[in-house]
Design a protein around this ligand. Structure first.
Ligand SMILES: Cc1cc2nc3c(=O)[nH]c(=O)nc-3n(C[C@H](O)[C@H](O)[C@H](O)COP(=O)(O)OP(=O)(O)OC[C@H]3O[C@@H](n4cnc5c(N)ncnc54)[C@H](O)[C@@H]3O)c2cc1C
Length: 395
């Protein structure tokens, strides 16, 4: 029997897992996936873990994800790649040779050098961040309950993450104290929230948020201090908690190796229509690839599917068509169980939007893991974390 093709996937997020799932259990391909954590974290539910729902929805062990496959999982970190030798070097000191490799390294938070922002803000890029935000919000709800002025939470960044996290905060305060008394403000540098989506989408979201959340657009943050956000050409804004959701950039590895990868201004690797950089044994996919719609799970999954298909075709000696991205169906939560969601050309709001959002979450998870694992973790998002001892009582 001829030697098996060895495909290495670096990064166990949506993109990497989709490639792995589609190439698993074949007689002619060995798949190895390298990723530093023991668990996959579903970022779409982080805002909910931050606001009281069970973290089981967010954290899915890789052993459950690969239970029905022959994939080899290496819990390790790639420190470098030698494209000529077709070899990756790992933090453990080991190295692995490959025939082809997928780099699906994802993204990193970006603070744009704004002084004080990293030190004084909370963010939402991991479960650890979500639990830290939840701890801080819970404490704030408890101590502000007996004060005459409401607590002030500012969310910097009016993209989907900023809106969903802001929209869930009044509900979380209600869980803790029995009322929604909290001032939540979203500030956005552009002239409208959700600038990457249509104007109609932004307007519908603003309408759905109603008076629960204040929105201030055209406000550029220039500095953060312990309890004050400084705005260019505007009054400073005091806060109790500020959450930074206004920036992310591609994994910095690509910027660190300009000799191997050309990058765009967001640091994303430039790839051709087959999702390949100049080296033709490598693929770059997901948030790290300079491809239309990258930055969404939908795009990462779609790119992963393409790469698996292209490798299969190559092994069978068949030509592949070029990668053609499709537009994601955006769904942005606007309260605990309501959302604005794209249903084809239509926008659904409220409970109907929320149902669609939940459906999209489940669909994305079932494309990267066994259906039973996807469903059980998804369902745990219906339950609250075990954290609501009645610590706050009305006097
Ligand atoms: C708060 C938040 C909410 C979001 N909500 C949604 C949503 O509702 N819908 C949606 O479509 N998208 C959402 N996104 C975006 C979505 O999560 C990303 O687009 C998607 O995860 C990108 O997938 P990826 O495979 O490119 O990278 P990631 O999912 O980021 O995975 C990258 C993986 O690579 C690993 N890695 C990095 N460097 C190395 C290395 N050197 N060696 C080995 N492993 C490495 C990382 O540890 C990580 O596990 C959200 C993002 C955030 C932050």
């Amino acid at each position: 029997m001829s030697r098996k093709h060895k495909h290495i996937i670096v990064g166990g997020g949506f993109g990497g897992l989709r490639v792995a799932r589609l190439l698993a259990n074949r007689d002619d391909v060995d798949v190895i996936i390298v990723n530093p954590q023991a668990n996959f974290e579903y970022h779409g539910s982080l805002y909910r873990s931050a606001n009281g729902t069970s973290p089981l929805e967010t954290v899915i062990p890789y052993r459950e994800i690969f239970a029905d496959t022959n994939i080899e999982y290496r819990q390790d970190f790639m420190i470098d790649i030698d494209l000529k030798a077709k070899r990756i070097k790992l933090l453990s000191g080991n190295s692995l040779d490959y025939d082809t490799v997928t780099l699906a390294l994802g993204y990193e938070p970006e603070y744009f050098g704004i002084p004080g922002m990293r030190e004084f803000s909370k963010t939402l890029y991991s479960l650890a961040d979500a639990l830290e935000l939840r701890r801080s919000l819970k404490y704030l709800a408890e101590i502000s309950f007996h004060k005459s002025t409401p607590a002030r939470v500012i969310v910097a960044g009016g993209g989907p993450t900023g809106i969903e996290v802001a929209a869930a905060i009044p509900y979380f305060f209600e869980l803790i104290t029995g009322d929604r008394r909290v001032e939540v403000t979203v500030i956005e540098a552009q002239q409208r929230i959700l600038g990457a989506l249509t104007e109609e989408f932004s307007r519908t979201v603003e309408k759905s948020l109603g008076s629960a959340i204040s929105i201030r657009c055209g406000q550029k943050v220039i500095r953060a201090t312990k309890q004050m956000l400084h705005i260019a050409d505007g009054p400073s804004m005091p806060f109790d908690i500020v959450v930074w959701t206004a920036g992310s950039s591609a994994n910095s590895y690509f910027r660190q190796r300009p000799d191997l990868f050309e990058v765009d201004r967001k640091g994303r690797a430039i790839v051709d229509q087959h999702l390949q950089p100049t080296d033709k044994a490598a693929y770059v996919i997901g948030d790290s690839a300079a491809v239309q719609y990258s930055g969404t799970a939908h795009a990462a999954i779609e790119m992963g599917g393409y790469v698996a298909h292209k490798i299969s075709n190559d092994l069978a000696g068949k030509e592949s068509s070029v990668f053609e991205p499709t537009e994601p169906a955006y769904a942005v939560p606007t309260d605990h169980v309501s959302a604005v969601a794209m249903d084809g050309p239509k926008l659904l709001a409220g409970g109907q939007g929320w149902e669609l959002r939940r459906k999209l979450d489940l669909e994305a998870l079932t494309l990267i893991m066994p259906e039973a694992a996807a469903r059980s973790h998804w369902l745990s998002g219906e339950s609250l974390a075990n954290m609501f001892s009645p610590t706050v009582k009305r006097i």
